[in-house]
Write a protein that binds this ligand. Structure first.
Ligand SMILES: *Cc1c(COP(=O)(O)O)cnc(C)c1O
Length: 372
C-alpha cells in the first residue's frame, strides 16, 4: 500500500493531527468576541436592545437598490466606489479624493491602524469606549493606552497628557459608545491643537445622525487645516445597513490618498455601495426615524431618573447606566425579562433605544430592580 504521494506507508506514521500552526502572540492573546445571546422572555417576546441597531425596517429605496444591484453580483464591485464617493462628496461638500470606503467603519478603522501603527507604537483612546479599539490595536501589534472617562465623558485633557512620541493614533468616539456622552467644539479644538504633528486623530462619529445638541461639532467642519484628523462614519446605525457592512473615512486628500494604498481590495461590496447611495437619498425618512429615537431618548431618560436611576447624558441611540459592580446583575435581570442589553461588568449597562413599546418593556424591567 502506498500513500497518495507514492511513499510507502508505515505502521508508525506519526500522528500530526494536533500540529497547529503558530500564531502571533497578539492573536493568541485575544479574547474571542462573544455575541450577545438573544434573551427570551417568559411570554416568548424578546427585545434586541444590545447592539445599537435601528429598530426600523429596511428603507424602501434601499430595498429597491439592493434588488437591482443583486442582478450584477457576478461582477466585482467598483474598487474606487465612485458612485457612493461622489454622492458623499456632493452631499457633505467634500473632495472625492478625501473619502475612503471600507467594510463597515470597523474595517476602515483597521485599515487606518494598520497604516500608521505597528509593534512599539501606541494607540490611545478613552475607556470604556468602543470594544473594537483594543482588538484592532492588538491585531496591529501596537500598544493600547487607555485613559479613563471622567463622569462618563472623554477626559480630553488627560488624554492629551498621555500622548508620547510613540503615539501614532488617537480615537475620539463622539458620541462615545457605550456612554452616549459628547465632547463640545471648544474642548475638541483645544485637544486637536495639543496633539503633535505626525499623530493621526480618528474622530469616530458612528452616532452622528442622532446628535441634537448644537454644541457638539460636526467632525467634517473641523477638517479644514487639520490634515492629522480623519472622521469615521458608518451606514450601520441610523441608516440601518448593519448587515451589509459599509462605512467610510473623510480627511485630507493627501492623507486619504496614502491610506487608500492600505485598502483591502474590493472590501466594500457592490450591493452595500448601492444600498448606501439609496440610504443617503432617503435623508428625510432617516431624519424622521432618528427624530422618533431622540424623542424616546428624552422620554426614557426622564422616566429612569424619576425612578431614581443615574443616567448619562446621551446624544446617541442608547443610554448608559453607570451601575458599577451591579451591572452584571442588572444585565441578567433584563435577560430574564426577555430584554438583551449590553452589560459591561464592573462598569455599567448600555441599553439601545428601540420603538416606544420596546422601551416601555425595558422601563418595566428597570422598575423591578433597585436603582442603587
Ligand atoms: C457601531 C459602531 C461602529 C460601526 O461599526 P461598523 O463596522 O460600521 O458596523 C463604529 N464605531 C462605533 C463607536 C460604534 O459603536
Amino acid at each position: 500500500m502506498t500513500t497518495t504521494h507514492g511513499a510507502p506507508a508505515t505502521d508508525a506514521a506519526p500522528d500530526r493531527s494536533d500540529e497547529l500552526p503558530l500564531f502571533r502572540a497578539a492573536v493568541s492573546g485575544l479574547v474571542s468576541y462573544r455575541p450577545q445571546k438573544p434573551a427570551l422572555s417568559p411570554a416568548g417576546r424578546s427585545y434586541a436592545l444590545a447592539a445599537n441597531e435601528t429598530p426600523f425596517g429596511t428603507l424602501p429605496k434601499v430595498a429597491e437598490a439592493i434588488a437591482e444591484a443583486a442582478a450584477g453580483i457576478n461582477r466585482y464591485p467598483d474598487n474606487a466606489g465612485q458612485a457612493l464617493v461622489t454622492e458623499l462628496a456632493e452631499r457633505f461638500g467634500q473632495s472625492p479624493e478625501g473619502i475612503m470606503l471600507g467594510c463597515g467603519s470597523v474595517g476602515v478603522a483597521q485599515q487606518l491602524i494598520t497604516a500608521v501603527a505597528g509593534p512599539g507604537d501606541e494607540v490611545l483612546y478613552a475607556w470604556p469606549s468602543f470594544e473594537a479599539y483594543p482588538i484592532l490595536t492588538r491585531l496591529a501589534g501596537a500598544t493600547a493606552v487607555q485613559v479613563g472617562l471622567r463622569d462618563d465623558v472623554h477626559d480630553l485633557a488627560a488624554m492629551a497628557d498621555r500622548v508620547t512620541d510613540r503615539t501614532r493614533l488617537i480615537f475620539v468616539c463622539n458620541p462615545n459608545n457605550p456612554t452616549g456622552t459628547v465632547v463640545g467644539r471648544a474642548e475638541l479644538e483645544e485637544f486637536l491643537d495639543r496633539v503633535p504633528a505626525g499623530c493621526l486623530v480618528v474622530l469616530d462619529e458612528a452616532y452622528h445622525e442622532y446628535v441634537r445638541d448644537p454644541g457638539t461639532p460636526d467632525g467634517l467642519s473641523l477638517l479644514p487645516g487639520r490634515p492629522g484628523l480623519v472622521v469615521l462614519r458608518t451606514f450601520s446605525k441610523a441608516y440601518g445597513l448593519a448587515g451589509l457592512r459599509i462605512g467610510y473615512a473623510v480627511g485630507d486628500p493627501r492623507v486619504i490618498g496614502t491610506l487608500r494604498k492600505a485598502y483591502l481590495p474590493y472590501s466594500a461590496g457592490s450591493v452595500a455601495q448601492a444600498a448606501a447611495v439609496a440610504a443617503l437619498r432617503s435623508g428625510e425618512e432617516v431624519r424622521r426615524r432618528t427624530d422618533i429615537v431622540t424623542a424616546e431618548r428624552a422620554r426614557v431618560t426622564d422616566a429612569l431618573r424619576k425612578l431614581g436611576w443615574r443616567v448619562a447624558e446621551s446624544q446617541a441611540n442608547f443610554l448608559w447606566l453607570p451601575l458599577g459592580e451591579r451591572a452584571a446583575a442588572f444585565g441578567a435581570h433584563c435577560a430574564s425579562a426577555g430584554i438583551s442589553v449590553r452589560a459591561v461588568p464592573g462598569a455599567g449597562v448600555r441599553v439601545t433605544l428601540g420603538l416606544p413599546a420596546d422601551n416601555d418593556a425595558f422601563l418595566a424591567a428597570a422598575e423591578g430592580f433597585p436603582p442603587s
